[in-house]
Design a protein around this ligand. Structure first.
Ligand SMILES: Nc1ncnc2c1ncn2[C@@H]1O[C@H](COP(=O)(O)OP(=O)(O)OP(=O)(O)O)[C@@H](O)[C@H]1O
Length: 255
């Protein structure tokens, strides 16, 4: 397995935030992380990225315990796009994306043409061609989000973790990013609130109160019972007449 965790937990000041989460993302899989606000998705992602030390359990990256790995080594395989990622106000877009190459640079391996090519490709992938010289503080929320995704792509990771990556994005760029992630030859774990977007994923992991309550293909996980119990809504599956794909229409649940 590319990325896995076993009995993962995190507590703060005696409060259990995440508890007993075990999962394994297969190579190339797009695993969605869904659940109501405060259910532990971001905390779980940060532990999977090695940024938050678990209070219990362990994460393994390509079969090796992450706890024994150096930050640089993790960053050579795994990239995280956080929900509210910031960058220096005065940094330019291209320089921000170039930071994705840092884990691969050293005194013996200096910046080269290949790094320039990778950065240009990452900017192109998120539709930011021509933004190279723009300062971070001049960018819109959606443009900033795409810079952060480009920075992660520039890491050329095997594992890509994304925390609500479609936040702030207009509908075209939301679809672009979801298609991009789905088509990349990487293992991805992606926290999403939009359950129609979650249908893009191969499997969904449902969080509730810090625990994983379901994992499986979207069609099996997003049942009427689960939508009511975990999200407090009713959902009806409809079929898109253009391509036969499922769409969920939500209604308020009668209490
Ligand atoms: N450092 C902390 N101290 C206290 N409580 C925390 C801390 N970090 C997270 N929490 C709490 O843990 C819970 C889970 O937070 P987390 O951000 O992981 O949820 P989430 O599922 O990503 O939420 P959202 O959908 O709103 O982004 C929340 O109730 C949050 O307030």
């Amino acid at each position: 397995m590319t990325l896995a965790c076993d009995n993962l937990g995190w507590s703060v000041k005696g409060t259990q935030i995440v508890e007993g989460v075990s999962l394994a993302a297969a190579p190339g899989e797009m695993l969605g992380l869904i659940g109501p606000n405060g259910s532990g998705k971001s905390t779980l992602l940060r532990m999977l990225a090695g940024l938050t030390q678990p209070s219990a359990g362990q994460v393994t990256l390509k079969g090796r315990p992450m706890a024994g790995m150096r930050r640089r080594e993790i960053a050579q395989s795994l990239a995280l796009v956080e929900q509210y990622a910031e960058a220096g106000e005065r940094i330019r877009v291209r320089n921000a994306v170039e930071l994705g190459r840092t884990p691969f640079l050293s005194a013996l391996r200096r910046w080269g043409d290949e790094d320039d090519r990778i950065v240009s490709e990452a900017l192109r992938a998120v539709d930011l061609v021509g933004f190279d010289a723009r300062h971070w503080h001049t960018l819109s929320g959606g443009e900033r989000q795409r810079v952060q995704i480009a920075r992660a792509l520039a890491q050329e990771p095997d594992v890509l973790l994304l925390d609500e990556p479609t936040n702030h994005l207009d509908i075209q760029h939301q679809l672009d990013i979801l298609h991009l992630v789905r088509d990349l030859p990487v293992t991805s774990v992606i926290a999403l609130h939009d359950l129609n977007q979650a249908l893009f994923c191969d499997r969904l992991c449902v969080m509730q109160g810090g625990r994983m309550v379901e994992i499986g293909p979207p069609s099996e996980v997003l049942t009427d019972r689960l939508l009511r119990q975990n999200f407090g809504v009713c959902g009806h599956f409809l079929t898109d007449p253009t391509d036969g794909s499922p769409v969920i229409r939500f209604h308020m649940a009668h209490r």
